[in-house]
Design a protein around this ligand. Structure first.
Ligand SMILES: Cc1cc2nc3c(=O)[nH]c(=O)nc-3n(C[C@H](O)[C@H](O)[C@H](O)COP(=O)(O)OP(=O)(O)OC[C@H]3O[C@@H](n4cnc5c(N)ncnc54)[C@H](O)[C@@H]3O)c2cc1C
Ligand code: SF4
Length: 547
């Protein structure tokens, strides 16, 4: 029975061997590997990738310092084929910030980027999509996978989102029902906190016996800076100010090509103070003298935000279910101390592709073998070694740093214990026990207001459509969140989607869904998990140029 069993609409149907949800590094690597295997073995597999962004790359936001070894394996002649990878990583700088000063710290081995490259992951995905298309993969940008088709306890494909439904749920003249894209196997490469992945985890009980996933929010800007301040390849990571010692967070500043720098801040979503505003923390971080000197006289050209997995090894769910598997950050293969997940996302997609190819060509359904392939791969070893580093920071920055040094240099990742994670949405303190934070006003040169920032994300949604941020209980924002936590959603959303307004003397939550940049923070951090992010009409969302 399809997941949307009550829907009485007649849908067009297309059949494929494999449908892949998401044209990120994981989904595109899976598609390319499958197509390569298909060609090498004289098969004719039909492979389709659906992507909710208006084009491939439009919704990709990453640092990004890129490890190329997985790409070497997938497309060994990527240089000759013109992959957009040109700026070799230069000096690594790991710095502790206080309010006005900075202190250099030894660079941890995980942050040694010798041999890596500073890239735009969005542009790499655009190039990977070209490679996939040349191999015969069909890519459908602007088509969100809105529902999963599950029949007889087996995933049999997805249904793309309907077009032309109005705000009140009525069909407009432009109405077109979503299509059924059926497949022998479906891979879910939705990235962090995928909305179908979230449902699959429940339906197939994929988290049983595993830690919950934990997350951070990453906010990023691209700047074009003065040539004299630009040092291609330079990498700076900071910890310390403006976070207090109980809040996990740090920044990145990467000198990319064309006098651009990629600057961003990641804050653990287990932060406690409901008054913390991740966007404003990032804005004031840029005003630190050590950081500001790079930006002065430069121009900000892009803005965006995206959640990032921080659970690592102990949070990897069961990866397979009848008819499909989770790949990339949808599963959670990010290496937190490295802040890297592109290489693991790609490798997981390739391993899933190999498994599916074997199943299809041997006519023996063995999707479960993907789980074994992951366990036997370097992904597992890499994530196992660093599994205790992120959770050790729950005791504060200094204890986290000391434990991480011990874990890395003395235990070498082989300590006979594994720390657990806790749920991000339960971490907030009540407003009475929290201290409001005074943020400086933006200066319009280095720090900016929210609206001008969201404008630079290029985000756009058709206004006359049902809100894609669904409240399970509409009374909770005012009666619970505002009452006990002073409405943290008005601060944690980096796009100003949630606003408490007053109407006829009553407080009310207004949802400006058209501003949403699809970071998924609200779906994660909302105290009672009352906010459910679902896919909006196709093509809606940010339009990142080279994030
Ligand atoms: C701030 C930040 C900094 C980072 N820095 C680095 C770094 O320096 N180096 C590094 O290696 N990694 C870094 N990462 C991690 C890296 O970006 C991810 O590990 C990687 O992007 C994961 O790839 P993915 O394919 O799993 O998911 P994503 O890259 O998230 O791609 C998922 C794609 O699926 C699409 N999608 C989602 N749901 C649907 C749906 N239902 N229907 C259709 N399409 C859908 C999305 O629009 C998107 O295009 C960083 C991440 C962040 C947030
Ligand atoms: S509404 Fe949610 S997903 Fe959209 S930008 Fe705000 S926090 Fe992110």
């Amino acid at each position: 029975m399809p997941a949307n069993e009550n829907e009485q609409v007649v849908r067009e149907r297309m059949d494929f061997d494999v449908v892949i949800v998401g044209a990120g590094p994981s989904g595109l690597s899976a598609a390319i590997k499958l197509a390569q295997l298909s060609q090498a073995n004289n098969q004719n597999l039909s492979i389709c990738v659906v992507e909710k962004g208006s084009e491939v790359g439009a919704h990709i936001l990453s640092g990004n310092v890129f490890e190329t070894h997985t790409l070497n394996e997938l497309i060994p002649d990527w240089k000759e084929k013109g992959a957009p990878i040109s700026v070799a990583a230069g000096s690594d700088n790991f710095v502790f910030l206080t309010t006005k000063k900075h202190f250099r710290l030894p660079t941890p081995p995980q942050m040694n980027n010798h041999g890596n490259y500073i890239i735009s992951l969005g542009n790499l995905c655009r190039w990977l999509a070209e490679q996939a298309t040349q191999l015969g993969v069909q890519i459908f940008p602007g088509f969100p996978a809105a529902e999963t088709i599950i029949e007889n306890n087996r995933v049999c494909g997805i249904i793309t989102g309907d077009f032309g439904i109005g705000k009140n749920g009525e069909k407009k003249e432009s109405y077109q029902p979503g299509m059924e894209l059926r497949a022998k196997y479906t891979l879910f490469g939705e990235g962090v906190r995928g909305h179908l992945t979230k449902r699959l985890e429940k339906t197939f009980n994929l988290r049983e016996g595993k830690n919950q996933q934990t997350y951070g929010i990453g906010i990023k800007e691209i700047w074009k800076i003065k040539p004299e301040n630009h040092k291609p390849g330079k990498i700076i990571h900071t910890i310390g100010w403006p976070m207090d010692s109980q809040t996990y967070g740090g920044s990145f500043l990467y000198h990319a090509e064309d006098e651009q720098v990629f600057i961003g801040y990641v804050i653990g979503l287990d932060y406690k103070n409901p008054y913390l505003n991740p966007f404003k923390e990032f804005q004031r971080y840029k005003t630190h003298p050590f950081i500001k000197k790079y930006l002065e006289g430069g121009t900000r050209i892009s803005y965006g935000a995206r959640a990032i997995n921080e659970g690592g090894f102990q949070s990897i769910p069961k990866l397979t279910f009848p008819g499909g598997a989770l790949i990339g950050c949808a599963a959670g293969f990010l290496n937190v101390p490295k802040i890297k997940g592109s290489h693991t996302a790609m490798k997981s997609g390739m391993l899933a592709a190999e498994t599916i190819f074997e199943s299809l060509t041997n006519s023996k359904d063995n999707i479960g073998a993907y789980e074994e392939k992951i366990k036997n791969s370097w992904i597992y070893t890499e994530l196992y070694k660093v599994r205790n580093i992120r959770p050790s920071f729950r005791y504060g920055t200094f204890i986290g740093l000391i434990y991480s040094a011990l874990d890395t240099y003395i235990f070498r990742g082989r300590a006979p214990w594994t720390f657990n994670h806790h749920a991000d949405n339960k971490a907030l303190s009540k407003k009475e026990s929290a201290k409001p934070i005074e943020y400086p006003l933006p200066d319009g040169k280095i720090s900016f207001d929210l609206l001008s920032s969201v404008y630079l994300s290029g985000t756009h949604h058709e206004e006359d459509q049902p809100a894609h941020l669904k409240l399970i209980d509409p009374t909770i924002p005012v009666n619970y969140n505002l009452k006990f936590y002073d409405g943290p959603e008005q601060r944690f959303c980096p796009a100003g989607v949630y606003e408490f307004i007053e109407e006829s003397g009553q407080k009310k939550l207004q949802i400006n869904a058209q501003n949403c940049v699809h970071c998924k923070t609200c779906d994660i951090k909302d105290t009672t998990q009352n906010i459910n992010w679902v896919t909006p009409e196709g093509g809606g969302g940010p339009n990142y140029p080279n994030m």
